[in-house]
Design a protein around this ligand. Structure first.
Ligand SMILES: Nc1ncnc2c1ncn2[C@@H]1O[C@H](COP(=O)(O)OP(=O)(O)OP(=O)(O)O)[C@@H](O)[C@H]1O
Ligand SMILES: [Mg+2]
Length: 200
């Protein structure tokens, strides 16, 4: 993916990205302080908000190949199971029950499979949002601070899943964090952002 001359003025923020390359098949970090524009950039990549000008060249990816696990996950008013299988159902893909159960089990959500998603704790919501994002084996995954509510053990499991999926699917990851030290070892490349600009 290549982002060029991207402008977005929103509130008091002036986001401008002259040239950013998100190389295919790698795990990228997007790191920067609160309010620097990370979520806004992700939303433009996924198409939820429109830039004022500039281009985001998907370089052959289709919008439906890209997914985002949001910082404030929106879950459907339905069970955990219905939420996680939704991306498969809307794509007409087969639901592999064993794979679903395996993912839920690894992340501690299996006992909650038939629970109403609205009643989950914030960490559990983030876990479900992450699993829902990866369940259809997307080519590109945007992760927005999904780890911020996870305990250390859960975080380690999610890192494991990312590494496995990255190997298996040759997928591209863009992972937002303001805790670079914690995730640094996972990233092939880190993009540092400050006040609406990529600075390094
Ligand atoms: N719809 C909006 N209206 C006004 N200001 C907005 C809007 N959306 C975002 N902003 C502002 O743009 C700036 C960047 O927001 P953004 O959510 O992209 O930051 P972020 O880097 O993701 O921060 P955090 O690490 O806290 O999640 C913030 O100052 C925010 O208040
Ligand atoms: Mg954010």
């Amino acid at each position: 993916m290549r982002i060029t001359e991207l402008h977005k003025k929103i509130g008091s923020m002036d986001l401008y990205i002259r040239d950013m390359r998100i190389e295919k098949g790698r795990i990228h970090g997007l790191v920067g302080p609160n309010g620097c524009g990370k979520t806004t950039l992700l939303k433009m990549i996924i198409g939820i908000i429109k830039p004022d000008s500039g281009t985001i060249d998907l370089e052959g990816l289709r919008p439906t190949d890209i997914t985002m696990a949001s910082q404030r996950p929106y879950l459907m008013h339905a069970s955990v199971y219905d939420n996680i299988t939704y991306p498969l159902r809307i794509r007409g893909a087969r639901v592999d029950q064993e794979e679903i159960d395996r993912l839920l089990d690894r992340t501690g959500l299996l006992p909650l499979k038939h629970q109403y998603a609205g009643s989950l704790s914030s960490g559990e919501r983030q876990k479900l949002s992450f699993l829902r994002a990866i369940v259809f084996h997307p080519s590109m995954i945007l992760i927005d601070e999904t780890f911020s509510n996870l305990d250390a053990e859960s975080e380690a499991i999610f890192r494991e899943i990312i590494v496995e999926r990255h190997k298996m699917d040759r997928s591209t990851w863009l992972i937002v964090s303001h805790q670079w030290e914690r995730l640094n070892s996972l990233f092939d490349q880190t993009h540092f952002m400050e006040k609406g600009r990529i600075v390094e």
